[in-house]
Design a protein. Structure first.
Length: 352
Protein backbone atom coordinates (compact mmCIF):
# COMPACT_ATOMS: atom_id res chain seq x y z
CA UNK A 1 0.00 0.00 0.00
CA UNK A 2 2.69 2.51 1.00
CA UNK A 3 4.89 1.38 -1.88
CA UNK A 4 2.10 1.95 -4.40
CA UNK A 5 1.26 5.26 -2.69
CA UNK A 6 4.86 6.35 -3.12
CA UNK A 7 4.69 5.68 -6.85
CA UNK A 8 1.30 7.39 -7.14
CA UNK A 9 2.44 10.56 -5.37
CA UNK A 10 5.86 10.54 -7.04
CA UNK A 11 7.67 10.69 -3.72
CA UNK A 12 10.78 8.73 -2.78
CA UNK A 13 10.07 8.45 0.95
CA UNK A 14 8.21 5.14 0.81
CA UNK A 15 10.35 3.95 -2.05
CA UNK A 16 13.23 3.27 0.34
CA UNK A 17 13.33 -0.28 1.67
CA UNK A 18 14.85 0.91 4.95
CA UNK A 19 11.96 3.34 5.59
CA UNK A 20 9.29 0.74 4.86
CA UNK A 21 11.17 -1.82 6.96
CA UNK A 22 10.97 0.57 9.91
CA UNK A 23 7.24 1.11 9.37
CA UNK A 24 6.67 -2.65 9.12
CA UNK A 25 8.54 -3.26 12.37
CA UNK A 26 6.44 -0.79 14.36
CA UNK A 27 3.12 -1.76 12.77
CA UNK A 28 3.68 -5.45 13.59
CA UNK A 29 4.90 -4.56 17.09
CA UNK A 30 1.85 -2.40 17.90
CA UNK A 31 -0.64 -4.85 16.39
CA UNK A 32 0.85 -7.73 18.39
CA UNK A 33 0.69 -5.74 21.63
CA UNK A 34 -2.93 -4.89 20.88
CA UNK A 35 -4.18 -8.35 19.92
CA UNK A 36 -2.34 -10.60 22.40
CA UNK A 37 -4.28 -9.58 25.56
CA UNK A 38 -7.51 -10.28 23.70
CA UNK A 39 -6.18 -13.62 22.52
CA UNK A 40 -4.99 -14.58 26.02
CA UNK A 41 -8.45 -13.85 27.46
CA UNK A 42 -10.07 -15.93 24.70
CA UNK A 43 -7.58 -18.79 25.06
CA UNK A 44 -8.10 -18.95 28.83
CA UNK A 45 -11.88 -19.13 28.35
CA UNK A 46 -11.44 -22.01 25.88
CA UNK A 47 -8.74 -23.81 27.91
CA UNK A 48 -6.34 -23.52 24.96
CA UNK A 49 -3.41 -24.24 27.25
CA UNK A 50 0.01 -25.71 26.61
CA UNK A 51 0.16 -29.44 27.50
CA UNK A 52 3.36 -30.07 29.45
CA UNK A 53 5.39 -33.25 29.07
CA UNK A 54 5.71 -35.25 32.27
CA UNK A 55 9.41 -35.74 31.49
CA UNK A 56 10.24 -32.02 31.65
CA UNK A 57 11.51 -31.03 35.12
CA UNK A 58 9.61 -28.45 37.17
CA UNK A 59 7.28 -27.28 34.40
CA UNK A 60 3.97 -28.53 35.80
CA UNK A 61 3.05 -24.97 36.81
CA UNK A 62 3.12 -23.91 33.15
CA UNK A 63 0.28 -26.25 32.19
CA UNK A 64 -2.32 -23.47 32.46
CA UNK A 65 -0.41 -21.10 30.14
CA UNK A 66 -2.19 -20.43 26.82
CA UNK A 67 -0.38 -21.49 23.66
CA UNK A 68 -0.47 -20.91 19.88
CA UNK A 69 0.52 -17.28 20.39
CA UNK A 70 2.56 -17.62 17.21
CA UNK A 71 -0.66 -17.19 15.25
CA UNK A 72 -0.97 -13.63 16.62
CA UNK A 73 2.49 -12.34 15.76
CA UNK A 74 2.34 -14.08 12.37
CA UNK A 75 -0.98 -12.40 11.58
CA UNK A 76 0.40 -9.03 12.74
CA UNK A 77 3.47 -9.56 10.58
CA UNK A 78 1.40 -10.29 7.49
CA UNK A 79 -0.85 -7.27 8.03
CA UNK A 80 2.20 -5.02 8.37
CA UNK A 81 3.77 -6.53 5.29
CA UNK A 82 0.69 -6.08 3.11
CA UNK A 83 0.58 -2.41 4.14
CA UNK A 84 4.15 -1.48 3.19
CA UNK A 85 5.76 -4.05 0.88
CA UNK A 86 6.05 -4.36 -2.90
CA UNK A 87 3.81 -7.35 -3.59
CA UNK A 88 5.01 -7.67 -7.17
CA UNK A 89 8.33 -9.03 -5.90
CA UNK A 90 8.49 -12.86 -6.26
CA UNK A 91 10.91 -13.22 -3.35
CA UNK A 92 8.40 -11.52 -1.07
CA UNK A 93 5.76 -14.10 -1.97
CA UNK A 94 8.28 -16.87 -1.33
CA UNK A 95 8.78 -15.49 2.18
CA UNK A 96 5.04 -15.14 2.81
CA UNK A 97 4.38 -18.71 1.65
CA UNK A 98 7.22 -19.96 3.86
CA UNK A 99 5.82 -18.20 6.95
CA UNK A 100 2.24 -19.25 6.35
CA UNK A 101 3.12 -22.80 5.27
CA UNK A 102 5.32 -23.70 8.23
CA UNK A 103 2.96 -21.80 10.54
CA UNK A 104 0.02 -23.95 9.39
CA UNK A 105 1.99 -27.15 9.98
CA UNK A 106 2.73 -25.96 13.52
CA UNK A 107 -0.87 -24.88 14.04
CA UNK A 108 -2.16 -28.32 13.09
CA UNK A 109 0.28 -29.91 15.54
CA UNK A 110 -0.62 -27.46 18.33
CA UNK A 111 -4.35 -27.92 17.78
CA UNK A 112 -4.10 -31.67 18.18
CA UNK A 113 -2.19 -31.27 21.44
CA UNK A 114 -4.58 -28.67 22.85
CA UNK A 115 -7.71 -30.64 21.97
CA UNK A 116 -6.33 -33.87 23.45
CA UNK A 117 -4.62 -32.17 26.39
CA UNK A 118 -1.58 -34.37 25.74
CA UNK A 119 1.80 -33.10 24.61
CA UNK A 120 2.42 -36.39 22.78
CA UNK A 121 -0.65 -36.02 20.58
CA UNK A 122 -0.90 -33.82 17.50
CA UNK A 123 1.02 -34.71 14.38
CA UNK A 124 3.21 -37.80 14.37
CA UNK A 125 6.94 -37.09 13.92
CA UNK A 126 6.83 -38.56 10.40
CA UNK A 127 3.69 -36.67 9.48
CA UNK A 128 5.12 -33.42 10.82
CA UNK A 129 8.37 -33.87 8.92
CA UNK A 130 6.53 -34.80 5.73
CA UNK A 131 4.39 -31.65 5.83
CA UNK A 132 7.47 -29.54 6.52
CA UNK A 133 9.19 -31.13 3.53
CA UNK A 134 6.20 -30.24 1.34
CA UNK A 135 6.36 -26.57 2.39
CA UNK A 136 10.15 -26.55 1.96
CA UNK A 137 9.77 -28.04 -1.52
CA UNK A 138 7.25 -25.37 -2.51
CA UNK A 139 9.53 -22.57 -1.27
CA UNK A 140 12.51 -24.13 -3.05
CA UNK A 141 10.53 -24.49 -6.26
CA UNK A 142 9.47 -20.83 -6.13
CA UNK A 143 13.07 -19.69 -5.71
CA UNK A 144 14.21 -21.76 -8.67
CA UNK A 145 11.25 -20.58 -10.76
CA UNK A 146 12.20 -16.96 -9.97
CA UNK A 147 15.69 -17.65 -11.33
CA UNK A 148 17.49 -17.45 -7.99
CA UNK A 149 21.19 -18.35 -8.44
CA UNK A 150 22.35 -21.73 -7.16
CA UNK A 151 26.03 -21.00 -6.46
CA UNK A 152 27.34 -22.10 -3.06
CA UNK A 153 29.21 -19.56 -0.92
CA UNK A 154 31.16 -19.96 2.31
CA UNK A 155 32.27 -17.28 4.80
CA UNK A 156 35.57 -15.42 4.19
CA UNK A 157 35.56 -16.14 0.45
CA UNK A 158 34.21 -13.59 -2.02
CA UNK A 159 33.63 -16.04 -4.86
CA UNK A 160 31.37 -19.11 -4.89
CA UNK A 161 33.04 -22.50 -4.45
CA UNK A 162 30.82 -24.27 -6.98
CA UNK A 163 27.34 -24.37 -8.48
CA UNK A 164 25.03 -26.75 -6.62
CA UNK A 165 23.14 -27.60 -9.80
CA UNK A 166 20.71 -30.46 -9.24
CA UNK A 167 21.83 -30.73 -5.61
CA UNK A 168 20.22 -27.34 -4.93
CA UNK A 169 16.80 -28.87 -4.26
CA UNK A 170 17.80 -31.41 -1.56
CA UNK A 171 20.29 -28.96 -0.05
CA UNK A 172 17.77 -26.14 0.39
CA UNK A 173 15.11 -28.52 1.66
CA UNK A 174 17.63 -29.79 4.23
CA UNK A 175 18.35 -26.20 5.33
CA UNK A 176 14.62 -25.59 5.80
CA UNK A 177 14.02 -28.78 7.78
CA UNK A 178 17.11 -28.43 9.96
CA UNK A 179 16.46 -24.80 10.87
CA UNK A 180 12.74 -25.05 11.54
CA UNK A 181 13.20 -28.05 13.84
CA UNK A 182 16.18 -26.45 15.59
CA UNK A 183 14.08 -23.42 16.55
CA UNK A 184 11.28 -25.76 17.63
CA UNK A 185 13.66 -27.63 19.97
CA UNK A 186 14.87 -24.37 21.50
CA UNK A 187 11.38 -23.17 22.38
CA UNK A 188 11.33 -24.80 25.83
CA UNK A 189 11.70 -21.94 28.31
CA UNK A 190 9.99 -18.56 28.64
CA UNK A 191 11.37 -16.32 25.90
CA UNK A 192 14.30 -18.63 25.21
CA UNK A 193 13.65 -18.90 21.46
CA UNK A 194 12.13 -15.44 21.07
CA UNK A 195 15.16 -13.18 21.56
CA UNK A 196 17.65 -15.31 19.57
CA UNK A 197 15.06 -15.31 16.78
CA UNK A 198 14.79 -11.50 16.87
CA UNK A 199 18.58 -11.13 16.84
CA UNK A 200 18.94 -13.62 13.97
CA UNK A 201 16.20 -11.87 12.00
CA UNK A 202 17.99 -8.53 12.26
CA UNK A 203 21.32 -10.07 11.22
CA UNK A 204 19.79 -11.84 8.23
CA UNK A 205 17.74 -8.75 7.35
CA UNK A 206 20.99 -6.78 7.04
CA UNK A 207 22.58 -9.55 4.96
CA UNK A 208 19.59 -9.81 2.61
CA UNK A 209 19.43 -6.03 2.22
CA UNK A 210 23.12 -5.87 1.32
CA UNK A 211 22.75 -8.83 -1.06
CA UNK A 212 20.03 -6.96 -2.92
CA UNK A 213 21.95 -3.65 -2.99
CA UNK A 214 24.28 -3.23 -5.98
CA UNK A 215 26.69 -0.80 -4.27
CA UNK A 216 26.82 -2.27 -0.75
CA UNK A 217 27.23 -5.83 -2.01
CA UNK A 218 30.11 -4.76 -4.25
CA UNK A 219 31.80 -2.91 -1.39
CA UNK A 220 31.55 -5.90 0.95
CA UNK A 221 32.45 -8.38 -1.83
CA UNK A 222 29.12 -10.18 -1.39
CA UNK A 223 26.95 -11.74 -4.10
CA UNK A 224 24.36 -9.40 -5.60
CA UNK A 225 20.86 -10.72 -6.35
CA UNK A 226 18.45 -8.12 -7.65
CA UNK A 227 15.16 -7.91 -5.77
CA UNK A 228 15.94 -9.89 -2.61
CA UNK A 229 16.46 -6.72 -0.54
CA UNK A 230 12.68 -6.23 -0.39
CA UNK A 231 12.42 -9.30 1.87
CA UNK A 232 14.21 -7.28 4.57
CA UNK A 233 10.80 -5.69 5.21
CA UNK A 234 9.27 -9.08 5.94
CA UNK A 235 12.16 -9.86 8.32
CA UNK A 236 11.82 -6.62 10.30
CA UNK A 237 8.03 -7.03 10.45
CA UNK A 238 8.44 -10.49 11.99
CA UNK A 239 11.04 -9.10 14.41
CA UNK A 240 8.58 -6.39 15.44
CA UNK A 241 5.83 -8.96 15.97
CA UNK A 242 8.19 -11.08 18.06
CA UNK A 243 9.22 -8.11 20.18
CA UNK A 244 5.55 -7.42 20.93
CA UNK A 245 5.09 -11.11 21.73
CA UNK A 246 8.11 -11.01 24.08
CA UNK A 247 6.24 -8.52 26.29
CA UNK A 248 3.96 -11.42 27.27
CA UNK A 249 6.36 -14.29 26.67
CA UNK A 250 9.23 -13.18 28.91
CA UNK A 251 9.64 -14.91 32.28
CA UNK A 252 7.17 -15.76 33.72
CA UNK A 253 5.38 -16.28 30.41
CA UNK A 254 1.70 -15.42 30.01
CA UNK A 255 1.63 -16.99 26.55
CA UNK A 256 3.61 -19.53 24.53
CA UNK A 257 4.18 -19.34 20.77
CA UNK A 258 3.73 -23.08 20.25
CA UNK A 259 4.84 -24.90 17.14
CA UNK A 260 2.73 -22.40 15.17
CA UNK A 261 5.35 -19.78 15.91
CA UNK A 262 8.56 -21.78 16.22
CA UNK A 263 8.18 -23.70 12.95
CA UNK A 264 7.29 -20.51 11.05
CA UNK A 265 10.28 -18.65 12.49
CA UNK A 266 12.68 -21.48 11.71
CA UNK A 267 11.42 -21.85 8.15
CA UNK A 268 11.70 -18.13 7.51
CA UNK A 269 15.22 -17.92 8.98
CA UNK A 270 16.23 -20.67 6.55
CA UNK A 271 14.61 -18.75 3.68
CA UNK A 272 16.53 -15.58 4.60
CA UNK A 273 19.81 -17.50 4.85
CA UNK A 274 19.28 -18.95 1.38
CA UNK A 275 18.44 -15.51 -0.07
CA UNK A 276 21.56 -14.03 1.54
CA UNK A 277 23.78 -16.92 0.37
CA UNK A 278 24.57 -17.46 4.06
CA UNK A 279 23.55 -21.06 4.60
CA UNK A 280 26.89 -21.88 6.26
CA UNK A 281 26.93 -18.64 8.27
CA UNK A 282 23.49 -19.59 9.63
CA UNK A 283 25.37 -21.95 11.98
CA UNK A 284 26.77 -18.88 13.75
CA UNK A 285 23.71 -16.65 13.35
CA UNK A 286 21.49 -19.36 14.84
CA UNK A 287 24.15 -20.67 17.21
CA UNK A 288 21.72 -21.21 20.10
CA UNK A 289 19.45 -23.26 17.86
CA UNK A 290 22.42 -25.28 16.63
CA UNK A 291 23.66 -25.83 20.19
CA UNK A 292 20.26 -27.12 21.30
CA UNK A 293 19.96 -29.45 18.31
CA UNK A 294 23.49 -30.83 18.63
CA UNK A 295 22.86 -31.54 22.33
CA UNK A 296 19.89 -33.73 21.36
CA UNK A 297 21.86 -35.52 18.62
CA UNK A 298 24.76 -36.20 20.99
CA UNK A 299 22.45 -37.37 23.76
CA UNK A 300 20.52 -39.78 21.57
CA UNK A 301 23.67 -41.04 19.82
CA UNK A 302 25.53 -41.60 23.07
CA UNK A 303 22.65 -43.47 24.64
CA UNK A 304 22.15 -45.73 21.63
CA UNK A 305 25.86 -46.52 21.27
CA UNK A 306 27.05 -46.56 24.90
CA UNK A 307 23.84 -46.68 26.95
CA UNK A 308 25.15 -43.56 28.69
CA UNK A 309 23.90 -39.97 28.67
CA UNK A 310 26.19 -36.99 28.10
CA UNK A 311 23.76 -34.45 29.58
CA UNK A 312 21.34 -34.82 32.44
CA UNK A 313 18.61 -34.08 29.91
CA UNK A 314 18.38 -32.77 26.36
CA UNK A 315 17.85 -30.24 24.82
CA UNK A 316 20.65 -28.66 26.78
CA UNK A 317 18.53 -25.98 28.52
CA UNK A 318 16.92 -28.81 30.52
CA UNK A 319 20.40 -29.96 31.54
CA UNK A 320 21.00 -26.63 33.22
CA UNK A 321 17.56 -26.76 34.83
CA UNK A 322 18.49 -30.09 36.43
CA UNK A 323 21.73 -28.46 37.61
CA UNK A 324 19.39 -26.10 39.49
CA UNK A 325 20.15 -22.97 37.50
CA UNK A 326 17.32 -20.46 37.81
CA UNK A 327 15.18 -20.43 34.65
CA UNK A 328 15.62 -16.72 34.00
CA UNK A 329 19.40 -17.09 34.40
CA UNK A 330 19.52 -19.81 31.73
CA UNK A 331 17.37 -17.70 29.42
CA UNK A 332 19.39 -14.48 29.71
CA UNK A 333 22.73 -16.26 29.35
CA UNK A 334 21.52 -17.98 26.19
CA UNK A 335 20.37 -14.59 24.91
CA UNK A 336 23.86 -13.19 25.53
CA UNK A 337 25.50 -16.05 23.64
CA UNK A 338 23.13 -15.47 20.72
CA UNK A 339 23.93 -11.76 20.60
CA UNK A 340 27.69 -12.36 20.65
CA UNK A 341 27.46 -15.02 17.92
CA UNK A 342 25.50 -12.67 15.67
CA UNK A 343 27.97 -9.83 16.15
CA UNK A 344 30.75 -12.20 15.11
CA UNK A 345 28.72 -13.32 12.10
CA UNK A 346 28.28 -9.74 10.88
CA UNK A 347 31.95 -8.90 11.51
CA UNK A 348 32.94 -11.86 9.33
CA UNK A 349 31.80 -9.98 6.22
CA UNK A 350 34.80 -7.68 6.50
CA UNK A 351 37.14 -10.66 6.10
CA UNK A 352 36.58 -11.52 2.45
Amino acid sequence: MLYELSNLLHTNLFGYISVRAGFAFFIAFILTLYFIPKYIAWAISKNANQPISKYVPGHAGKSHTPTMGGAIFLASTLIAVFIVIDLSNPYVWGGIITLVGFGLVGFKDDLGKVISGDNLEGLTPRGKMALQAVVASIATGLLLYAGFPTEFYVPFLKNPIFDLGYFTIPFWILIFLATTNAVNLTDGLDGLATVPSIVALFSLAVIVYVTGHAIFSQYLLMPNVKGVGEVMILATALAGGLLGFLWYNCYPAELFMGDTGSLAIGGFLAYLAILGKSEVLLILIGFIFVMETVSVILQVGSYKLRKKRIFRMAPIHHHFELKEWAENKIIVRFWMISFIANVLALISFKFR
